[in-house]
Design a protein around this ligand. Structure first.
Ligand SMILES: [Zn+2]
Length: 253
């Protein structure tokens, strides 16, 4: 990309990326609106230690089916600047309920390799379900992927992956069962963090499923060849406590 000349006005966010002069260590300097990326004390992602323990309250998922509306974004999306990712917007009606309230699922997207680490280890891919409350707060649910058997849900998405950045596909005939993207075991870690991309907004409720979900080597490569690298390095905990949760999965159709 070209030199990072300052952009006037807030309408056009500064370019950012994952490598070189646009990389994560420079995000706070690219735009004053990205200050939290450098100064924030509650940033994501983080390393999770398996011994992390907390109170076991439950989060409730009510995920419905959606059509497939997919885009490979370079910049701003409808709700979050996700930078270099492949994002699937979802139909309305899927919700997540936590101790802090009800959130509506807006979209999901992918990072390769994983952003969160467990006991210091990355996974080949991480999927983020981005939810927003009526008053604008975010909750993000993360599923980690490991190499294994073919993933039937990714198999529905991969044939429609946009060939180039900026490309979109709207496929009303393709139906995704959103809850099927979640692992069988609903054990999970929770903590308070941030968006992992500029502007690194804080007060985001995070839930990271403990157990990874499988995907084949070819499937993981299909995403990695388009996205890698797209992970922000892990951030300091600054005294934050990681809680454990058992989620409740209500499947409705
Ligand atoms: Zn993400």
């Amino acid at each position: 990309m070209g030199s990072s000349t300052p952009h006037g006005g807030a309408a056009r966010p500064a370019h950012w990326g994952y490598e070189g002069k646009d990389g994560p260590e420079y995000w706070p300097t690219l735009n004053p609106a990205y200050a939290a990326c450098g100064q924030g004390k509650n940033q994501s992602p983080i390393n999770i230690t398996q011994s992390a323990a907390g109170d076991a309250k439950s989060w409730k998922f009510d995920y419905k089916t959606t059509s497939l509306k997919i885009a490979h974004h370079e910049h701003v999306t409808d709700i979050v600047d996700n930078g270099h990712t492949i994002q699937v917007s979802v139909d309305g009606g899927s919700t997540l309920t936590t101790e802090r309230g009800v959130y509506t699922l807006k979209q999901f997207h992918f990072h390769t390799p994983s952003e969160h680490t467990i006991d210091g280890s990355h996974f080949p891919m991480e999927m983020h379900f981005v939810h927003q409350s009526a008053d604008g707060r975010f909750a993000v649910v993360a599923a980690l992927f490991q190499e294994g058997e073919e993933n039937v849900n990714l198999a529905k998405i991969i044939p429609h992956l946009p060939a180039a950045k900026g490309a979109k596909a709207d496929l009303p005939e393709v139906r995704l069962e959103l809850s099927f993207h979640l692992p069988d075991s609903k054990a999970a870690y929770t903590y308070m963090g941030s968006l992992t991309t500029p502007p690194c907004t804080e007060s985001v409720e995070w839930l990271v499923f403990r157990d990874p979900v499988p995907a084949s080597t070819a499937q993981l490569e299909a995403f990695a060849s388009r996205l890698s690298p797209s992970n922000r390095p892990v951030q300091p905990l600054h005294g934050r406590v990681i809680g454990s949760r058992t989620t409740v999965n209500k499947v409705s159709r």
